[in-house]
Design a protein around this ligand. Structure first.
Ligand code: SF4
Length: 364
């Protein structure tokens, strides 16, 4: 994780939660001829499934527009067509639109040692409560089926053990499909509240407190998770829209491997739709999450706690943030650069040498 000095303070920077980006990239590597979701690691207390691809070779997701297309297509159409936006797409855009645009068009820069350390810590935390098993996946339907089963098993773990980690969620925000992986969910042990609290842990390479921009980005991430979690519980899952948007066959017959995994969890399913029914029933038995969300910052070296703070969910702020972000993704507006007060972000940006913002500064 790079660091810089600005206004007398040191800012170790974590632009995007890297473990989620790894999930997205893994999903792309599994992509078959039909484009599908943007998160692939499929995680059960003592056995959540990790998917291994047994299908055809990966397709090219950066579909080029047809030569006769008169207008440049939106980033959503070009890079997320028939796939969901990830919560990390939202947070990365909030960090800097222009940087997100560079990532989409030029590819993600190499991961730093600090980013790898952050991912390793998340894997370690996950291992404390989850044992992964491999399940061979042959289609998008099977990938989603395992993901839904992992949600069911994870939420059972939450209700019986009081904690779960790396829980996949999906929903529609402001008309767009979105996926995410909730870092940690805890049931309160006070015997009073029955509403779980959503938690996200960030790791830092140096013992410094996070900047306000980093905290704001973390708040946005957790608020997206709360929206998705609560929405799954309070709303009817739009199954028909889900099947059509992702081009999925509800009558798809699951392979023996996937059926075997599902029956090992105590469920019996033949088709993809059978799994979705279990998922929908589970959602409606869960409690909404607490209004307050918890962000934690740990030191990478010894996992000591640097800072932990709770903040309230703000539905209007989230809605505005999502609309602003979608404006960029849908081509309603050009990419913006960082604001002047957050120019320090450019010192960590791998695309700074190509960025018009830096060129204009140099000329000045
Ligand atoms: S140099 Fe600054 S403004 Fe340009 S893409 Fe990077 S972070 Fe954004």
């Amino acid at each position: 994780m790079p660091s810089s000095h600005s206004a007398g303070q040191e800012f170790p920077v974590e632009v995007v939660s890297d473990e989620e980006m790894a999930l997205i990239e893994a999903a792309l590597a599994l992509a078959t001829a039909r484009p599908f979701l943007s998160s692939a690691r499929c995680a059960a207390p003592l056995s959540r499934a990790a998917c291994s691809a047994a299908g055809p070779a990966a397709g090219d997701i950066e579909d080029s527009p047809p030569p006769h297309t008169p207008q440049r297509r939106s980033l959503l159409a070009r890079f997320r067509e028939r796939r969901a936006l990830a919560v990390t797409d939202i947070t990365a855009t909030e960090w800097c639109d222009k940087q997100m645009e560079f990532v989409l068009e030029q590819g993600r820069p190499e991961r730093t040692e600090a980013m790898k350390a952050g991912s390793d810590r998340h894997a370690q935390l996950e291992k404390e409560v989850i044992e992964r098993v491999d399940v061979a996946i042959r289609s998008a339907e099977e990938l989603w089926a395992v993901k839904f089963m992992n949600f069911i098993v994870g939420t059972n773990q939450l209700l019986f053990d009081g904690i779960t980690r790396e829980l996949p969620v999906i929903g529609v925000i402001e008309g767009s499909w979105m996926v995410g992986v909730i870092d940690e969910i805890r049931m309160p042990m006070d015997g009073v509240s029955s509403h779980p609290i959503l938690v996200d842990t960030k790791t830092r390479s140096k013992p410094t407190v996070p900047s306000e921009a980093q905290k704001r980005n973390g708040r946005l991430q957790l608020m997206c998770y709360k929206y998705l979690w609560d929405n799954l519980i309070t709303e009817i899952f739009p199954a028909e829209y889900f099947f059509s948007y992702f081009d999925l066959n509800p009558n798809y017959l699951l392979s023996d491997d996937v059926k075997c995994y599902i029956s090992s969890l105590g469920f019996h399913a033949k088709t993809f739709e059978d799994v979705l029914k279990y998922f929908k029933v589970t959602c409606h038995t869960l409690p909404q999450s607490r209004k307050h969300l918890l962000l934690r910052y740990e030191l990478q070296a010894d996992h000591s706690l640097l800072e932990e703070y709770q903040f309230p969910y703000d539905a209007m702020w989230l809605k505005n943030q999502i609309q602003e972000t979608l404006g960029f993704w849908m081509g309603a507006r050009e990419a913006k650069f960082v604001i002047e007060e957050e120019r320090w972000k450019c010192h960590f940006c791998k695309f700074a040498s190509n960025c018009p913002k830096m060129a204009s500064t140099t000329r000045c």
